[in-house]
Design a protein around this ligand. Structure first.
Ligand code: PEP
Length: 251
């Protein structure tokens, strides 16, 4: 049995004051992590304060990105060590906005994934096709390729602790969500790849989220699919009531 996992990706849309107020408002209303795991991934400068406020509750605080090196002359970047030193053990890797706007390649995603795993940080690895790939019938091939590249050199035991977020790029922040059946098919493609490469127990263990215009009104349609274990949610994770409604629907 895989525990459902709902993670918010706030991108660059929430100030520190708002982030802290959010944690205050939700922390006593978070369901037990045995029923549904919940997380919000915030801007780096808010992580420490949020982590302190969340304390021993079941709300997990995550980063939206990290650098693959442990330290060095990388102005403006954040290391895995800096994250773990303030108790952060969750990170989004390879979000399509980073791939598109910050030239993050599959090779870089792979290095970041190794760094996260080496430091005991749970990675949410984002993969998904863009609209041209979809229109050309290449969606499945692109997703498999991204997965294969991301996982180069990763061991089966490590894969079990990874979360994969299938996020079709055309569905992110557009209000155009993927049809739940198509999202379910892609989740099966991802699980089948993990099965081929790492065997049955890894395939059964990995959690696969869907992401792309998920909201309280449609999350149930995705969660109804046995291969979709949760959601990575942008816009609808920012407001307290909406976030709590997502968690409620995922239980
Ligand atoms: C995301 O940022 O990963 C995302 C899925 O955004 P939205 O839910 O707003 O489409």
């Amino acid at each position: 049995m895989r525990t459902p996992f709902i993670a918010g990706n706030w991108k660059m849309n929430v100030t520190d004051k708002e982030a802290l107020a959010f944690v205050d408002a939700v922390k006593d209303r978070i369901p037990s992590s045995e029923e549904v795991e919940s997380a919000v991934c915030a801007q780096a400068l808010s992580l420490k304060g949020m982590q302190e406020k969340a304390g021993n509750t079941d709300l997990r605080i995550g980063a939206q990105n990290m650098h693959e090196e442990d330290h060095g002359a990388f102005t403006g970047e954040i290391s895995a060590q800096a994250l773990t030193s303030i108790g952060i053990d969750l990170v989004i890797i390879g979000h399509s906005e980073r791939r598109e706007m910050f030239n993050e390649t599959d090779e870089r995603v792979n290095r970041k994934l190794h760094a996260a795993l080496a430091h005991g940080i749970m990675p949410i690895v984002c993969i998904g096709e863009n609209v041209d790939d979809r229109d050309a019938g290449r969606a499945t091939g692109v997703v498999r390729e991204q997965l294969e590249q991301a996982l180069q050199g990763v061991e089966a035991e490590q894969v079990k602790g990874c979360v994969f977020a299938y996020e079709p790029v055309w569905a992110i922040g557009t209000g155009k969500s993927s049809h739940p059946e198509e999202a379910g098919e892609m989740a099966r493609t991802i699980r089948a790849y993990v099965h081929e490469a790492y065997g049955q127990s890894a395939a059964e263990a990995v959690r696969i989220q869907y992401g792309g215009s998920v909201k309280p009104e449609n999350i149930g349609d995705y969660m109804a699919d046995n291969d979709i274990d949760g959601a990575l949610v942008g816009g609808a994770s920012i407001k307290v009531d909406s976030f709590l409604a997502l968690l409620e629907a995922a239980q």
